[in-house]
Design a protein around this ligand. Structure first.
Ligand code: G
Ligand code: G
Ligand code: NA
Ligand code: MN
Length: 252
């Protein structure tokens, strides 16, 4: 209850900010996009990690309001990047409650109109578990979102329970390999087999594939050898505030 009241106050007092983590094409070390990640900066200057407050926002329903702010703020950021001539994409996480809200597609459509952002540069990330309950409803919602011209990604891929049969029925565009499979490359042979199998499957199903949690050159080399070219991780950059991004030295 304490954190719930603090969250309500955080909304009122605008204590949330968005950080953006670069996504890199490792074939030529170019910046191809960002993932938007929320941060909560308390008045005492403590930064509360989203893992601490997103679940509370989710269970109290506050996520709907916070989620709308995330999408608006992120689309404004993307519009600014595009106006500077950077043709980058932007990935935005959706929580379960947000995804199940039938007002979501209209809300996103209005934000796209309001910000003037090109929807083909927007990616919405959902997790496997969000697709598993009522699959017909999930497919319907995915199609509504696709109709806006955005693309859809399955986040933390490999950690959920989705069957390959389901995967084929969902109109998604991208798989994001969970960082738990990446972190022990090149020591863990099993993880390397899993990652190369996910990459091969993505290729066969004509899905884009992104590796997250990349922290070392050896991991970059392994992914390159296995033809996964878009990566995200501390090796390239942590999530950063917009004003810090201009200090990055990737060629664009
Ligand atoms: O940014 P960080 O790696 O600390 O994020 C931890 C978790 O918090 C992520 O795995 C993600 O699920 C969640 N998260 C971060 N930012 C957002 C956001 O903008 N929206 C939603 N729904 N979840 C987020
Ligand atoms: O669940 P999701 O994939 O949305 O969460 C992304 C989270 O992963 C963010 O909290 C981000 O800070 C974190 N992250 C991003 N890159 C790395 C990395 O290279 N290593 C680790 N350990 N975490 C990372
Ligand atoms: Na994500
Ligand atoms: Mn993830």
């Amino acid at each position: 209850l304490l954190i719930e009241n603090q969250l309500r106050e955080a909304i009122r007092e605008q204590q949330f900010l968005m950080y953006y983590q670069p996504k890199i094409d490792i074939q030529d070390d170019t910046l191809v996009g960002y993932e938007a990640l929320i941060r909560w900066l308390r008045p005492d200057n403590t930064l509360v990690p989203p893992a601490r407050f997103i679940p509370v926002a989710e269970s109290t329903g506050l996520i709907v309001k916070i989620g709308e702010w995330i999408i608006l703020e992120s689309c404004r950021f993307l519009a600014r990047q595009h106006s500077r001539g950077y043709a980058v994409s932007l990935s935005i996480n959706l929580s379960a409650r947000q995804f199940n809200d039938n007002r979501l597609p209209t809300m996103i459509e209005q934000i796209i109109q309001r910000t003037g952002v090109d929807p083909s540069y927007l990616v919405f990330e959902i997790t496997e578990s969000m697709l598993m309950g009522d699959t017909d409803a999930a497919i319907k919602q995915l199609n509504q979102l696709k109709r806006l011209g955005v693309s859809l990604s399955i986040d933390d891929f490999g950690t959920g329970y989705s069957s390959l049969n389901y995967l084929k029925r969902f109109p998604v565009d991208e798989l994001k390999i969970d960082r738990s499979f990446v972190k022990d490359i090149p020591e863990d042979r099993n993880d390397m087999d899993i990652v190369s199998a996910i990459i091969a499957m993505a290729q066969k199903m004509q899905l884009r594939v992104v590796a997250e949690g990349v922290e070392s050159e050896a991991q970059v080399d392994f992914l390159k050898q296995n033809a996964c070219y878009v990566v995200q991780g501390y090796y390239y950059s942590m999530p950063l505030a917009e004003q810090e991004l201009s200090h990055l030295t990737f060629t664009i």
